[in-house]
Design a protein around this ligand. Sequence first.
Ligand SMILES: C[S@@+](CC[C@H](N)C(=O)[O-])C[C@H]1O[C@@H](n2cnc3c(N)ncnc32)[C@H](O)[C@@H]1O
Length: 396
Amino acid sequence: MEKKGLVKANKLKPNFRLFNINELERVLNKTNGKHGENHYKILKAKKKSNYSVIELFAGAGGTALGFDHAGLEHILLSDINKDSVSTLKKNKPKWNILEEDITKMNFKSLSADIVSGGFPCQAFSYAGKKLGFEDARGTLFFDFARCIKEVKPKVIMGENVRGLLKHDHGKTLQSITSVLIDLGYNIAFKVLKAQYFDVPQKRERLIILGVRKDLNLPIFFPKEKDYLISLKEALQNCPKSEGQQYSKRKKEIMKLIPEGGYWRNLPKDLQKQYMSTSYYTSGGKTGMARRLSWNEPSLTLTCAPAQKQTERCHPKETRPLTIREYARIQTFPDSWEFIGSISSQYRQIGNAVPVNLGFHIGQCIIAMLNKKIDPKSMYKTKVLKELKDFKQMSLF
Ligand SMILES: C[S@@+](CC[C@H](N)C(=O)[O-])C[C@H]1O[C@@H](n2cnc3c(N)ncnc32)[C@H](O)[C@@H]1O
């Protein structure tokens, strides 16, 4: 269960792990189909804060809506993609949303408490040892950093894939940390597992938080919950919607896969036929011809529900997940519409930060700005103040 990302273990020392018996029972009941309380809900704070946000690389608004639900107020959102911007405008007509290439934007006249953005992960081609702001030029992170330099917000939030930890042997993250410290921020980062933050999906995101040094603010991260939300709970009464279709042959093959199964459940000859050359390569390839389980969180959603390496077939019906099912799993409300072709809608949803994960991060940011922790739902973390603090960390 731990390997599958269903329960958390406290690693005491090599070969010794401590589990919480109540959590084990809850998760076991869930995976046996005894659901108990349905935890699926879109989280919203009762109170608004007065803190303002600039959201860059906003996409279809996963982070933005989560922050909005946490009580933050957006003064500007931007993205280069036409459909994503249309999605944001359709759902939040009052937001100030720009369809622009970030490299062409100027932030000098703006002020905001928070700058947030899921910048794409790119390697730096720096020379020498000093990793300053100018060394990042040419990457989209540079423009994220430029916005921070021009706006000087109190708090920054960067979001990325887990792969950033090891990208270019850790050098990319080191450069990012170094630039942010150079700009005058104390930094902390963590990989958050969405399935422990009210999201019915196993999805990992690297979250970087920073606070302006002169303000002496703490950094808080959300505490993991000790329950999971299964796909069955998430898809209860899901509205009907459009979705991709399987070809006739693909449908015949996928019909043979049981709930939670994958290509190994096919007869031997079909395994070879379906997998072709992948049949002889190493690795479990458990995403191929995969049918999801009702009683567990969904596997990570990607930009399309029927890709050969990352199949996301409905647990009972033989078809890919629909648009509204995708949205439920990413904790977008049923009322949040997506604009564009079907493949564009899947891409926008698949690229998003789950809204409820954004909510939990947003709540931590408000608490950081208020210097008031809610110890039930968050914890204070150590910060990196100088590049040498990063170098002492073990990332691998
Ligand atoms: C991973 S998605 C962000 C998802 C978003 N954080 C969410 O939660 O829904 C990255 C976004 O960066 C945008 N992007 C890529 N290059 C850009 C550029 N040069 N200027 C502005 N936005 C850009 C893409 O259009 C895409 O929507």
